[in-house]
Design a protein around this ligand. Structure first.
Ligand SMILES: [Fe+2]
Length: 477
């Protein structure tokens, strides 16, 4: 099935009545999306067509499908011409549309980050997520970054640090063609964001004009010691543009609409502009649960005079969203590729929110001052999973609980430093904090949101190991 596609299909941007069906080919073509309620697609309708897939966008595209009914299961196929899919080739994969925004429906979703395959059998965690989906049901999966390791010249499939747009595309082709990944994504609607390795290890801009990027000094030292070529010691802005173009082609174009619209040129390619206030942040809802997916990377500046993770435009969008959803939605998820609340005394990289202390304090103050309730942070990146609860000072001596659920890696080395050097964060607005668990080993997270008869939510975070076994659980009423 889907032999015509080099990568995909992926079901992206799903809501209660539409979806983006994504695929990448190796030649000029047009995607045709077929949807129907029969598993063999008999009587399926042509639900949408992509723009022509061209060399300019790496032959990647989305076929938007609209006019769907809420909470309905649709089987689908992506073909390259207008010949309807054959019932003999079924059963086809499916997705189930979301409930209307605001409706209190119980649901589950998976999340996690960091996949660095080491062989053709890599991706066992993805197979376990798929088994969980079949047995218990998952509305969608969140993929929180490091969906590729473009800079890992040992294992990225191209044996050098990705330099050109073709290199970045080749790394996606290598990593995303792993059977377990492809099979899962065909069946589990996806929401993605990027972490550092979609571009480079712990990279940042040097100032907010975003004309100069830099790498940490230790990467330069290690690469010199390994005898890598001089071009691999540097990160010119043109390489960031290439990486973000490849990000757009594989992850961005099937996301829900960004909070701050991107510049897309007439060929459908992502045009990165230096002074652009835009970020890759977006929001979506599943019934009565609201999600804000942060872009912690493309606006990030670490310079002599400037230091920011989100940038001004994204801060404004985030604050507006927090105020808007606070009373309107009984459960809120703030999705950050890197940890907000987890501190380590041996954190040399200073690459997470702990490395941006003023900005983190600003966020915590904002949450406390505006009494943002029932907010759960979802994160990855650490290569170590945890559940952490803090109480912020609330009005009249009360407190406002805030949770951070971290699931990572899908498949990567473990981070022993997280376990050995964890320390409590310091903040004027944090009353108390409690690390509920910390787990090392490949894993994925599942969040169950259950509404009782009164419409009050219960949120359960279960961490599963690579084989799918539940290894940790936290229940929040
Ligand atoms: Fe990672």
């Amino acid at each position: 099935m889907f032999r015509d596609l080099l990568l995909g299909p992926i079901v992206g941007g799903l809501d209660d009545n539409s979806a983006y069906l994504w695929g990448r080919t190796d030649h000029a073509a047009t995607l045709h999306a077929w949807v129907g309620e029969e598993a063999d697609l008999s009587g399926a309708r042509l639900g949408g067509r992509s723009l022509p897939l061209t060399k300019g966008d790496g032959f990647a595209g989305v076929a938007p499908v609209a006019g769907l009914e809420p909470q309905t299961t649709y089987y689908y196929a992506l073909t390259l011409d207008d010949t309807p899919p054959s019932p003999e080739d079924g059963p086809y994969p499916s997705f189930t549309t979301f409930p209307p925004s605001g409706q209190r429906e119980s649901f589950s979703f998976s999340f996690g980050s960091c996949f660095r395959p080491t062989g053709p059998e890599s991706g066992k965690t993805y197979a376990s997520i798929d088994a969980h989906r079949v047995e218990h049901g998952l509305a969608f999966g969140l993929f929180l970054g490091d969906q590729i390791y473009a800079d890992d010249y040992i294992k990225n499939g191209i044996e050098r640090v990705a330099q050109t747009l073709e290199d970045y595309r080749a790394v996606y082709a290598h990593v995303w063609s792993h059977a377990h990944f492809r099979n899962l994504l065909m069946n589990l609607p996806a929401f993605m964001t990027l972490d550092d390795h979609e571009v480079e290890d712990d990279w940042t801009w040097t100032d907010s004009t975003r004309t100069e990027a830099k790498l940490p000094f230790w990467d330069k030292v290690i690469r010199r010691m390994h005898g890598r070529s001089p071009e691999e010691w540097h990160l010119p802005a043109s390489r960031v543009q290439a990486a973000l173009q490849a990000y757009w082609e594989h992850q961005g174009m099937h996301s829900p609409h960004f909070e701050l619209p991107l510049n897309i040129n007439t060929e459908g390619a992502y045009t990165f502009q230096e002074s652009d206030p835009g970020s890759l942040a977006y929001t979506f809802e599943y019934g009565a649960a609201a999600f804000f997916v942060l872009d912690t990377r493309t606006m990030r500046v670490k310079g002599k005079d400037e230091r920011t993770m989100l940038g001004k435009g994204q801060w404004a969008a985030l604050k507006e969203w927090l105020i808007r959803v606070n009373d309107q939605y009984p459960v809120k998820f703030l999705v950050s590729s890197c940890s907000v609340l987890f501190d380590m005394w041996a954190d040399v990289a200073r690459d997470r929110w702990a490395g941006f202390p003023e900005e983190r304090e600003h966020l915590l103050h904002f949450l406390a001052a505006n009494e943002i309730k029932d907010l759960f942070i979802l994160t990855g990146d650490l290569h170590s999973a945890h559940a952490l609860q803090v109480d912020l000072f609330g009005p009249m001596g009360g407190s406002i609980p805030l949770w951070e659920f971290c699931a990572t890696p899908f498949e990567q080395n473990q981070n022993w430093l997280a376990k050995r050097t964890y320390r409590k964060l310091t903040s004027d607005v944090v009353k108390s904090q409690d690390l509920r668990f910390l787990y090392l080993g490949n894993n994925f997270g599942v969040v169950d949101v259950d509404f009782n008869e009164d419409g009050n939510p219960k949120v359960t975070y279960t961490l599963h190991n690579e084989t799918g076994a539940a290894v940790e659980r936290e229940i929040v009423w």
